[in-house]
Design a protein. Structure first.
Length: 288
C-alpha cells in the first residue's frame, strides 16, 4: 500500500468517548428538547423550557437522566462510530484507496442500525428519566440511575420493553450516522482539498462538524420525535404508525419537525464537541 493510502487504525472506543464528552456539555439542551417533543401543547421555546425546569424543579434537574445519557453514548455511539471506522479501514485495506460517498453511505447505514439496536435499552431509560418530572406524582417511575432503570423495566415490564420504539430508533440511527458522520467526512475533504484549509486545524474540524450538525438535525427530526413519544408512552399498545397517525390528525404534519431549533441547538454543539474531541484523541493517540 502506498503512503498516501495508509491509514492509522484508531481504537474502536474513540467515537463513544468523544460523544460522552459532548453529552456532558449538551445534556441540559437534550433534556429541554425531549420535554418539548413530549409536550401536549406546542409553542414553548427552548430557553423558556430550560428556565422552567430550573425555577420549578431546581438547577440540578437540568441534568436529570445524565447517567442514562452517558450509558446511551457509551453503547450507541461507540458502536456506530466504531463499526463505521472499521468498515472504512477494511475497505482501504482491500481496495487501497479512500472510499467515496457511494461506499460511505451504506457503511454508515449499517453502523447506524447496529448502534441503534445496541443503544435502544439505554435510550428508553434516558427518555423516561428526562421526562419523569413532568408526569403526575403517582405515575412517576423515579429511576435512581440508568442501571436501576434497566433492571426495573425488565422486572416490571419484561425485557421486550427495553426495545420499545426500536424501528424509529433504528431509522434515526441510520439517518443520524449517514447524515452526521458521512457529511463530516465529505465536508472535511472538500475544505482540505478544494478550499485549502489545514486538515489538522480546529477551524477545519469546527466548520465540518457545524455542517454535519445542520444536515443531521434536519434528516433525523421526524424519526426522533416519533421515537421519543413511543418510548415515553405508558403501556405497550403504542406503535410508530399509531402515534404518527394520531399526531398528524391532532397537530398537523409540522409535528414531525417540532423542536427543530432546539434539536439543532443541542445537536449542533453536540456534533461539534464530538468531532473536536475525536480529532484530539486521534491527534494525541490516546490509549494507543
Amino acid at each position: 500500500m502506498s503512503a498516501s493510502t495508509q491509514k492509522v487504525k484508531y481504537p474502536f472506543w474513540y467515537g463513544g468517548a468523544s460523544s460522552m464528552v459532548a453529552c456532558l456539555v449538551t445534556h441540559p439542551l437534550d433534556l429541554a428538547k425531549v420535554r418539548l417533543q413530549t409536550a401536549s401543547k406546542p409553542g414553548q421555546s427552548l430557553v423558556s423550557m430550560v428556565y422552567q425546569i430550573i425555577t420549578k424543579e431546581g438547577f440540578f434537574k437540568i441534568y436529570s437522566g445524565l447517567t442514562a445519557s452517558l450509558l446511551r453514548q457509551a453503547t450507541y455511539s461507540t458502536v456506530r462510530f466504531g463499526v463505521y471506522e472499521y468498515l472504512k479501514d477494511s475497505y482501504v485495506d482491500t481496495y487501497h484507496r479512500t472510499p467515496d460517498t457511494v461506499v460511505l453511505l451504506p457503511m454508515s447505514m449499517v453502523a447506524g442500525a447496529l448502534g441503534g439496536l445496541v443503544g435502544n435499552p439505554s435510550d428508553v431509560v434516558n427518555i423516561r428519566m428526562q421526562n419523569d418530572s413532568t408526569l403526575p406524582v403517582e405515575q412517576r417511575r423515579n429511576y435512581r440511575n440508568a442501571f436501576d432503570g434497566v433492571f426495573r423495566i425488565v422486572k416490571e415490564e419484561k425485557i421486550s420493553a427495553l426495545f420499545r420504539g426500536l424501528m424509529p430508533n433504528l431509522t434515526r440511527g441510520i439517518l443520524m450516522t449517514a447524515s452526521q458522520v458521512v457529511t463530516y467526512d465529505i465536508a472535511k475533504n472538500i475544505l482540505v482539498k478544494d478550499i485549502g484549509m489545514d486538515a489538522n486545524k480546529k477551524s477545519t474540524h469546527f466548520s465540518s462538524s457545524l455542517l454535519a450538525g445542520l444536515v443531521a438535525t434536519t434528516a433525523c427530526s421526524p424519526a426522533d420525535v416519533v421515537k421519543t413519544r413511543i418510548m415515553n408512552a405508558k403501556g405497550g399498545g403504542s406503535n410508530a404508525l399509531t402515534i404518527l397517525k394520531t399526531a398528524v390528525k391532532n397537530e398537523g404534519i409540522g409535528f414531525m419537525f417540532r423542536g427543530w431549533l432546539p434539536s439543532f441547538i443541542r445537536l449542533g454543539p453536540h456534533t461539534i464537541v464530538t468531532f473536536l474531541a475525536l480529532e484530539q484523541l486521534r491527534k494525541f493517540k490516546i490509549g494507543m
